[in-house]
Design a protein around this ligand. Sequence first.
Ligand code: SAM
Length: 226
Amino acid sequence: MTQDHWTAVDAYLTDTLVGPDPALDTALRASATAGLPSINVAPNQGKLLQLLALVHGARSILEIGTLGGYSTIWLARALPEDGTLVTLEVDPRHAEVARGNIAQAGLADRVDLIQGPALETLPRLSERGHGPFDMVFVDADKPSNPEYFRWALRLSRPGTLIVVDNTVRGGAVADAASTDESVRGVRRMHDLIAAEPRVTATAVQTVGSKGHDGFTLALVTAGPAE
Ligand code: SAM
């Protein structure tokens, strides 16, 4: 199997089951025109996130890593009209493009985009009246994944679903001796999850237009220890 084959299968699956979507297609075009990297989730993955949020009946979602707002739009569409999605983005240019994309998708009323380094904005969410969240999607700088997982847990309740993207990293995640900071971040996060009695978790490998990667999913089953 080659990358071309995976890309062709993703194109078939997306054409057949996801279909064209003017707001999402416009968001991708605007992001490319603005020079943003094409590191958003693939369309079939975006729809998977939306289905997870719908199955879960999520009314509040936290996203760490907005880029141009592509996954934000997929997730925010799963919310009821009075639902909220908070998305955190460090890069002012990405944030500006995302704001435009979210507005043109008609979702500005339910999305709160907070610009700044997530490890500085996460501690302020409670005072802004946000949390606990029903679902958290982690998709930012991978070396910080252990801290993002800790924050996701802090901002959760029993029943919260935490989804982390890019946790297989072309298979490099299996290499305990890796010196790659992103791989090390993902592995440290998995160690934390494995040792955390308040969650039950799994991870799945994926192949597709974005290469060989995967998602980690953790369901919060209990609140903080008394
Ligand atoms: N979730 C997006 C999607 O699928 O459409 C893709 C997000 S992209 C993989 C990662 C994003 O995280 C980038 O826009 C990057 O600027 C942002 N990021 C990186 N470090 C960050 C940090 N410390 N705090 C907040 N955002 C960060």
